[in-house]
Design a protein around this ligand. Structure first.
Ligand SMILES: Nc1ncnc2c1ncn2[C@@H]1O[C@H](COP(=O)(O)OP(=O)(O)O)[C@@H](O)[C@H]1O
Ligand SMILES: [Mg+2]
Length: 342
């Protein structure tokens, strides 16, 4: 008897029980667990300050100097290729970052050396990480520049970062990020600073690279429309915690957490394609702000006393969905259905 294959049977990334603090032991990410299957695209969404970037940086081993992983496990790969990132020594990161994990961020210029041509920077990565000869690295670099949609890749090879537009720089960074065929590409607000047309082109490029390179993708954004277009699963983050997760289509069609509903409410007012999330009334909690119960309760239109009397855990809702809300905790209670308007 053969059963249907589990799309996440081969795991690319597993994060479990992650807690990250910054500054003077201020907890900014707590109890974060999720996994990404081989070739899967997962969207991480939430208002600014919700802990998305720190989660990515913890995975990449690139936390700020004042940041630390307090506890949790982060595992890359499966079976013989499995490596626990949280236990890696600094020297071992060289065999993971760039090679098995690629990343692109919002401000590509700050990740490139202004005094070296972009071609040199990509070729150097190929020479050092993939041990290509100078000639092969040059050849492959031009190929990669063409693959990420840079017109006249031979000319781009010899240009310096200041000679390229923001969209072109992001393409260069994407070429560098995928040059060593990583298993996972993390894109943290990689298109946020770009105009809408270029943003759409870069997203289409990421989708294409996913297919041609068999990449898994962790896409961080505050734009629900981007997740809807690009990601099979969605993780909704609030106040350092994941408050809802599941298949993107189901979550966006029938959100169970009042925060996700509020985001949808914001998104459905006017042009839902391009609204940002930062217009829900009230403020999200700051890093280190301790709250006895649900961290969204002060802004939640459904909040009652029992939301603030004890910890609220993620409830497994079946069918790969989960939500962190007292209204879904009780099997007898009705899930909130009222649309929240901002
Ligand atoms: N280097 C840092 N020092 C102090 N606090 C930080 C630092 N980086 C992030 N934080 C705080 O941690 C929280 C989460 O930040 P971040 O992960 O950048 O959120 P997001 O990417 O969702 O906007 C915020 O409250 C932010 O102010
Ligand atoms: Mg961020």
């Amino acid at each position: 008897m053969s059963s249907l294959p589990d799309p996440r049977a081969e795991r690319t990334l597993e994060v479990s029980g992650l807690q990250v603090s910054v500054g003077d032991h201020l907890v900014a990410v707590q109890d974060v667990s999720f996994s990404i299957g081989r070739g899967e695209s997962v969207g991480l969404v939430g208002e600014s300050g919700s802990g998305k970037t720190l989660t990515c940086r913890a995975v990449l081993g690139l936390l700020p100097a004042s940041g630390a992983i307090d506890h949790g496990r982060i595992t890359l790969g499966d079976g013989a290729d499995e490596v626990e990132l949280t236990a890696l020594r600094r020297s071992a990161w060289d065999r993971v970052r760039g090679l098995r994990l690629g990343a692109v961020f919002q401000d590509p210029a700050s990740y490139l050396n202004p005094s070296l041509t972009v071609g040199h920077q990509l070729a150097e990565q190929l020479r050092v990480k993939r041990r290509l000869s100078r000639k092969d690295a040059h050849h492959r670099s031009v190929e990669l520049f063409a693959e990420v949609g840079l017109r006249d890749p031979d000319a781009v090879f010899h240009q310096y970062p200041h000679q390229l537009s923001g969209g072109m720089l992001q393409r260069v960074l994407i070429a560098i990020a995928v040059s060593c065929e990583p298993e996972l590409l993390i894109a943290d607000e990689a298109t946020t600073a770009l105009d809408v047309v270029i943003q759409a082109e870069i997203l289409a490029l990421l989708r294409r690279l996913r297919e041609t390179h068999g990449l898994s993708l962790l896409l961080v954004t505050h734009d629900l429309a981007v997740v809807a277009e690009t990601c099979e699963r969605i993780l909704v983050m609030y106040g350092g915690q994941i408050v809802e997760s599941g298949p993107t289509e189901q979550v966006l069609r029938n959100p169970q957490h009042p925060y996700t509903q509020a985001l949808m409410g914001v998104a459905t007012i006017g042009d839902w394609q391009r609204r940002t999330l930062d217009v829900i009334p009230g403020q999200p909690p700051a890093a280190g702000e301790e709250m006895p119960g649900c961290r969204f309760a002060p802004r939640c239109v459904f909040a009652s006393d029992r939301c603030t009397t004890g910890p609220v855990d993620l409830t497994d809702l079946g069918q790969d969905r989960a939500a962190r809300c007292v209204l879904v905790e009780q099997p007898t209670a009705q899930a909130p259905t009222k649309k929240v308007s901002a």
